[in-house]
Every structure is written in C-alpha cells, then in structure tokens.
Ligand binder design. Sequence first.
Ligand code: 13P
Ligand code: SF4
Length: 317
Amino acid sequence: VEPDAAWREEVLRLAKERDAVILAHNYQLPEIQDIAHHTGDSLALSRIAAQSDASTIIFCGVHFMAETAKILSPDKTVLIPDERAGCSLADSITGEQLREWKAQYPNAVVVSYVNTTAEVKAETDICCTSSNAVDVVRSIPADREVLFLPDQFLGAHVKRETGRENMHIWAGECHVHAGINGPELAERAADNPEADLFIHPECGCATSALYLAGEGIVPAEKVKILSTGDMVVAARSTKAKSVLVATEIGMLHQLRKAAPEIDFRAVNDRASCTYMKMITPAALLRCVRDGLDEVHVDLETARKAQGAVQRMIEIGQ
Ligand code: 13P
Ligand code: SF4
C-alpha cells in the first residue's frame, strides 16, 4: 500500500463512514501523522480521546495509549491498527510486581507513568505523562511517600525538579530512550555549540545534559527537558537556528513542520521505536476498513483504573 492520494482519500472516507476520529502520536510515521485528525503527545491525545464526540477512536500509537482511551471512554469502540504495537517500558513492571512493592510501602501514593498496562493502572492512585509528571507529584502532600514507576530517568527528573526525598523510583526504562546516551549527546553538543538541546525526560542522557549545563559546557538556557508536545511549543518560540533532539526520531517530522527554518537533528538517528512503526499505511487502511484490531479492557480493571487516568488528564496544562 502506497501512502498516496488514493490511500488518503480511502482512509478518510472509511473513517467518516465509521464515525471514527484518527489520533496519531508524535512518534508515528510521517504519513500517519499527516493523515490523522489530531497528532500530539500522550497527554493531549488522551484528553482529545476523552472529549471526542466520535463513536470510534482509531489510535495510531502503541497499545497502552489505546487502552488508556478505552479506560476513559468504555462505551466507545477503540481500534489500534496493529495490536502487537507494545512498549518495552510498559513491560518493565507487572501488576503483581506493583502489588508486592505497595505491600512494602502501604501508605505511599502510587504515581504511574501512562506507559503502563491497564492492570498496573488499576493499582495506581494517579497516572501522569512526561508533560505533567512534575505537577502530578507536586499535587501530593509533601509528607506522603511516593512510589513512582516505571521509568527511572523520568523519575530522576521529577525528583530533581521537586526536590522530593520521599520518592521511591522503579528501575524501568524504555530501550529507545535509554539508548540515547550522555557521551553521544556531549559529542553532538560540542560539534554544534550554537544549538538548543531538546531532551525527552525518558532519555538516558537527561542527567548528562544537566551536567553539561552545570559545568558551563552548554549554556543552561539552551538545555530543555521536554515532553514531545512541549518540544513542538518550544520549537515555535526558540531563537536558535539549530536544535539537537534527544527522543524517538518520529518527533522530527512535527518539529520541522512547526519551524521549517530551524535545522533539527537527532542526537541518535537510530532511536526508532519498532512498536510505533508497526502502524503502517497498510495497517491503518485495514483498520478503518475491517474495524481491526479492537482494544478491550476488562470492565473491572477499567473501573479500577479510571480514577487514576481521570486525575492525570485534569492535572497540568
Ligand atoms: P510523550 O508523548 O508524553 O512525551 O511520551 C513519549 C513516549 O515515549 C510515548 O511512548
Ligand atoms: Fe515505549 Fe519507548 Fe516505544 Fe515510547 S519509544 S512506545 S516508551 S518503547
């Protein structure tokens, strides 16, 4: 299937026929981002999914994102073009492991990144995404212990920002972001001294970026730790002529659209998420045509997870 004009027309016609809204995460293939009714980060897309009037949501992203939409709107049909699109970070903690961790800290508030399974969300007090993780943790009274999971790098970022000592962090990671490392970032920054650094907090290099700023190797105002949605906002306002981007490479497409005059370069151009890229033009066409794959969340699990996800979409901008 070629992502040509005929494909576009057919996908949009079938989506309309199904009363479906197509959502795409910023890491999707460019042609998928371009055909979607809305493209954005995980928080923005969850909010759109919750508010949409459409009876069907087609989620071009990974499975936990579609599951989150289903938890928020159990009466809607939620489809994902390929249900095998998983997430290594979501796989880094199971419901059973979380129950064991909670038993060690019975009074702690559990904050889970949205990159988790529905079963883990059902054991969670508040979910967060990378754009509101700091606000979510700040919303918890200072004397309460926090269990933050599953991403260790996002957890370290939140701990630094909030200065909170009573925060325990799960040692999970996303294989794509963990692979964007400090030495590689330092090398790119040295070669491009004028560039801004846009760094996703899931990256292994986030701490190194702050180190570079702290040592005066890169001016501190050039180092920005941002969610994918906030990167697009920052691209529109920066004065920099070039930007080094540390996140999954699908992000470059929205950044280049937002600010065509800026030279955006990946810190690691091999940082591609194979799960995100399973949503191909052919898979999307099959999805709108045949109504596959449908995402189901067991009703009891969805009921238990709903409060935590609802709190997530209410906190932060
Ligand atoms: P955001 O879109 O919230 O920045 O999330 C990034 C991510 O890794 C999703 O898988
Ligand atoms: Fe999961 Fe990482 Fe892929 Fe995002 S980039 S979907 S966190 S594996």
